[in-house]
Design a protein around this ligand. Structure first.
Ligand code: FAD
Length: 503
């Protein structure tokens, strides 16, 4: 142990290793600051590694290359229409930072992005029907060498305790985390420490001076001369905190890596006087229950319908997933997806992908030759289900969902390839699967300012302390504006934190 009881000294200590944490660490280390990334688990990337890594950073060189005609002004119009002026300072900080952050990241030889169409989630002024988000290029595992084993694999492989596929490059969130890891490593100033969980913040002379962490070899105290950035996810995997704060869904139904994000960083900051906001909020989504009781994030419904406990539809199933999740939170479950055999498989996208034979063999999905039989298998009154399906089939015949307007929005039609997405459910055998209210992480947490500085109850910042990603209360409030906002905003505010640290 060194001077004043520190085990190690850094300029910047970053807790967590999702996209925000890693972008912040790269900004610090590439500027010559000695930086530590602390990751609680044995793998880097958290939920960010599971993600599709769509990144919603508007008005950047990526959209310009794609000839999108996106602009900061267009995105401002869109965000203002959705969010009003409540978070004007943080919204403006986000918009101002997006182009600069992408210039900074793409200057690194390890990092490159490409536009990927995925519509914005609301029909509001400034929306782009093909969206404005982008993804990192895939990353051959050989580029990472031994470091590949440190990056969290895709959901299905990770849940099964398997590593990356030997025959495929790292894609999506794995490519993003892998590329950031390569870039951090190349700086020579970044120290990535796995199995190191932040437990407490250490305050000296009124300033956050370092962190206490738990490691396999016992507790350590790490000094942070310039600042601590908390980007260690939300509290989606804590049953107790979810219940206390009223987050619908459940810790067993979140899509985050099991047991990883339990609100440690938020709690540590609260203990030294930080204030919090939006604590009952998450980035919600429907999840199909799989045989092990975990959900598969499901989006882009282009067939089938979802019914509530009474066997009735309650929403446009093709809504953007967070909006559908919020309809589920207001309705009464259990919920079931009911579909038929016309599509030849699940009429939606699921992450992880689900195989019908496995789901049916396990009993997670059920199949029947007729609707009354199917209704009984899922515990619904047959007449109610038959009535719902007949009404839905009538809408399909008319080409108009008079109850919930499914298929009228650009988002709905994007996933059905422009075809109608109200298609009859009339071709036996019929199938049903349990749908639960899942999430991609909570989005309430530490209150921060436009430079990601953590605020106390009087709105004063706590010197030396910053937060980004799901550790902080999102500037988007209860709204999920478009694909890639969680990761885009996490990266933007982590980057701003480091700019402030460097000033
Ligand atoms: P995480 O990425 O979860 O990182 C938090 C990390 O902190 C974890 O590794 C955790 O182990 C670690 N940690 C926790 N406690 C401690 C501690 N005490 N000390 C040290 N480390 C700690 N969002 C998008 O923007 N675009 C998408 O395309 C997208 N697709 C998605 C697809 C799927 C299948 C899923 C599941 C999510 C998707 N999301 C997407 C949502 C997005 O991935 C998350 O909301 C976001 O990545 C959260 O980032 P984060 O940094 O806050 O947390």
């Amino acid at each position: 142990m060194g001077r004043a009881g520190w085990d190690d000294e850094y300029d910047v200590v970053v807790a967590g290793s999702g996209a925000g944490a890693m972008a912040g660490a790269l900004a610090a280390a590439s500027g010559g600051l000695r930086t530590a990334v602390l990751e609680k688990t044995g793998l880097l990337g958290g939920t960010s590694a599971y993600s599709g890594s769509a990144i919603w950073l508007p008005g950047t060189r990526v959209q310009e290359r794609a000839g999108l005609g996106d602009s900061t002004e267009g995105a401002r119009t869109y965000l203002r229409a959705l969010l009003g002026d409540a978070e004007e300072k943080r919204r403006e900080a986000f918009l101002e930072t997006a182009p600069e952050l992408v210039d900074f990241l793409e200057k690194d030889p390890e990092i490159e992005f490409r536009f990927q169409a995925f519509p914005d989630y609301f029909d509001a002024p400034g929306r782009l029907d093909l969206g404005r988000s982008f993804v990192p290029l895939e990353l051959p595992a050989e580029r990472l060498g031994e470091l590949a084993a440190l990056v969290r694999p895709p959901v299905d492989r990770d849940r099964a305790g398997r590593g990356h596929s030997a025959s495929k490059p790292l894609a999506q969130g794995r490519a993003l985390i892998g590329r950031l890891l390569l870039a951090i490593t190349a700086t020579g100033a970044g120290d990535v420490r796995t199995r190191t969980a932040l437990t407490d913040l250490i305050v000296e002379d009124g300033r956050v001076a370092g962190v206490a962490a738990r490691t396999a070899d016992g507790p350590v105290r790490l000094r942070a001369r310039r600042g601590v950035l908390l980007a260690a996810g939300g509290f989606e995997s804590s049953t107790a905190l979810r219940a206390e704060r009223g987050v619908p869904g459940g810790a067993g139904w979140t899509m985050a890596p099991e047991g990883a994000n339990t609100g440690d960083a938020i709690e540590a900051a609260v203990r030294i006087g930080a204030s919090t906001g939006l604590l009952d909020q998450a980035w919600f989504c429907p999840g199909l229950l799989t045989p092990d009781g975990r959900p598969a994030f499901t989006l882009g419904f282009r067939g089938g319908l979802i019914v509530d406990a009474a066997g009735r539809r309650f929403a446009n199933e093709s809504l953007p997933y967070d909006r559908m999740g919020r309809r589920m939170a207001a309705a009464e479950g259990p919920f079931h997806l009911v579909w038929d055999s016309r599509a030849g498989g699940l009429p939606a996208i699921s992450v992880p992908p689900l195989r019908a034979d496995e789901q049916l063999a396990s009993g997670a999905w059920v199949r029947a030759g007729a609707l009354p039989e199917l209704a009984e298998m899922i515990g619904l009154p047959p007449d109610a289900l038959i009535g719902t399906v007949e009404r839905f089939n009538g809408f399909a015949a008319k080409g108009a969902d008079e109850d919930f307007h499914r298929g009228e929005d650009a988002y709905d039609l994007y996933f059905s390839g422009g075809e109608p997405c109200v298609v009859p459910v009339d071709r036996p055998p019929y199938l049903a699967a349990r749908v639960v209210l899942s999430d991609l992480g909570t989005k309430g947490g530490l209150r921060t300012d436009a430079d990601a500085r953590v605020l106390d109850g009087s709105g004063r910042h706590l010197p030396g302390l910053y937060a980004a990603g799901n550790t902080s209360a999102s500037f988007t409030g209860p709204v999920y504006p478009g694909p890639g906002v969680p990761i885009g905003s996490a990266m933007a505010f982590a980057y701003r934190a480091v700019q402030d640290i460097r000033r």
